[in-house]
Design a protein around this ligand. Structure first.
Ligand code: F6R
Length: 239
């Protein structure tokens, strides 16, 4: 594990973009793992600007998102597909056919999970971007999830539903279920970048930095990865 601490969230995003761009520039057909949520928004803005300036192209990039809510309509503005379209995909030259999410609209959710797992197996990620849940979750792998987990349906914890409700009109409208990439699959990337910003992530970040691998804090699974980098701002840094 390597940790880099920055003064501001913007500095975290700049470093993440530098690593992301240099990684994909060195690979002919890059495969990337992407996260949604507030934390990677700065990164996606810089990637969008870098494309506009001609610094990077996403033409040959395939992307796999970590997760998708169950129960929202396809074009719901808070679906993760909509989030990615809005924050990144519509701004760059990636082909939408090369952008993958768990197909939560498949009536058979277990075949949806199986299909996404097969896709992930066939497309090892060159770089995986992650955010950190307040409770230490990565993707929607909540505390207690096996580190061997593959793509699966999750009942979100109360804490996560409350945290996500900021994006919805009310708590009642906030989805309670999702499909998430499993921890085993998250680890199947050549490089993992965990972005951590703001004070409310300090406790979860401390558990990682204390290096006590434990299923009660799913993000500690990342400690077993040989190429794992944490980029955090001063506010999130617990010491
Ligand atoms: C999103 C995801 C989640 C978020 C985490 C942090 O695809 O998988 O694990 O990364 O909940 O969310 P933010 O960045 O909104 O604090």
């Amino acid at each position: 594990m390597e940790i880099k601490i920055f003064d501001t969230y913007n500095d975290v995003s700049i470093e993440a973009a530098n690593i992301f761009i240099s990684t994909i520039k060195n690979i002919k057909f890059p495969v990337v793992g992407l996260a949604t949520g507030s934390t990677p928004e700065g990164l996606y803005k810089i990637l969008s600007d870098s494309y506009k300036k001609g610094i990077v192209s996403f033409k040959n990039v395939k992307s796999f998102n970590l997760d998708e809510y169950i129960g929202l309509s396809k074009n719901h503005p808070q679906s993760y597909r909509s989030f990615m379209n809005e924050n990144l995909f519509k701004n760059i030259d990636i082909s939408l056919e090369n952008t993958f999410f768990p197909d939560v609209y498949d009536e058979n959710l277990s075949s949806c999970c199986h299909n996404y797992s097969s896709l992930l197996k066939a497309n090892k990620r060159d770089i995986q971007i992650l955010g950190l849940g307040v409770n230490g979750h990565i993707a929607f792998n909540e505390p207690g999830t096996s580190f061997d987990s593959l793509t699966h349906v999750v009942n979100l914890t109360e804490e996560t539903i409350i945290s996500n409700s900021r994006f919805f009109e009310s708590l009642e409208e906030t989805p309670t279920k999702a499909i998430t990439m499993g921890i085993h699959e998250i680890l199947d990337s050549s490089l993992i970048i965990l972005l951590v910003s703001s004070k409310n992530k300090s406790a979860a970040l401390k558990k990682i930095l204390d290096q006590q691998i434990c299923i009660d804090c799913p993000a500690t699974a990342l400690l077993s990865h040989p190429n794992f980098i944490i980029l955090c701002d001063k506010e999130a840094y617990p010491y």
